[in-house]
Design a protein around this ligand. Structure first.
Ligand SMILES: [Ca+2]
Ligand SMILES: [Ca+2]
Length: 225
């Protein structure tokens, strides 16, 4: 290997744009609510029973329920038509997180909830009856509804664009067609770390941008593999 081209870097400002996820806020509301009562209570607080209609929303809600042991109602029901589960927004389920064997509709269960922690550490969903409240383990009813998950303000999980400004270096070297290159970086010119390898030469200039927000003293080099 030989050093093909030594450092040629220029400090520039680089604007990056990427989608991000605008998560609604959640709150555990503890209490002896039936599902119907929980729905009314959530709306009286200016929110709604949580609508966890995507993996992103499930992930966003997870920290809010992590330390809460009990089961929690969410805005999921098949009361209008048996087996046709819908969110309280009227949307059909395109994403779900049901526990194994659920929804079971045993005894005519029509309301969705997040499992209590000891029953299912993954906090997946089960269907229960409207009045399955605070029954708890050992009583013959394991649903143990101890409240509900409030979502506010009502959010539909839209993906919004954002922009971010970073300080970066532009590293460039002239490449030969048919050769393959590795780019390495170093903070002291002695110890080198591979940034990228397997770069096919094109016979033209190859350019890369590297963020230097955490380390303003950095060197780059390209080597023929
Ligand atoms: Ca049902
Ligand atoms: Ca069930």
């Amino acid at each position: 290997m030989k050093i093909h081209n030594k450092l040629l870097s220029v400090v520039i400002l680089c604007i990056l744009a990427a989608p991000t996820f605008a998560a609604p806020r959640f709150q555990v509301i503890e209490g002896s609510y039936t599902w119907q009562q929980a729905k009314v209570d959530a709306e009286s607080r200016g929110g709604r029973l949580a609508v966890l209609k995507s993996q992103e929303l499930l992930d966003a809600a997870a920290p809010y329920i992590a330390s809460f042991e009990g089961a929690l109602w969410i805005g999921l029901t098949d009361e209008a038509q048996e087996g046709q589960w819908k969110w309280i927004t009227g949307e059909a389920l395109t994403f779900s997180n049901w526990w194994t064997g659920q929804p079971s509709n045993s005894g005519g269960e029509d309301y969705g909830h997040i499992n209590w922690k000891a029953r299912d550490g993954l906090r997946r969903w089960n269907d229960a009856n409207n009045d399955d409240v605070n029954a708890g383990p050992g009583t013959g009813n394991l649903n143990n509804l101890k409240g509900y998950l409030l979502e506010y303000p009502p959010g539909d999980g839209d993906v919004l664009p954002y922009s971010n400004t970073v300080l970066a270096v532009e590293f460039q070297f002239s490449s030969d067609l048919g050769k393959v290159y590795t780019i390495e970086s170093s903070t002291n010119m002695d110890n080198w770390t591979v940034e990228e390898y397997g770069i096919a030469g094109t016979g033209a200039l190859i350019r890369r941008f590297y963020s230097i927000s955490n380390n303003s003293e950095k060197y780059y080099r390209a080597l023929v593999e």
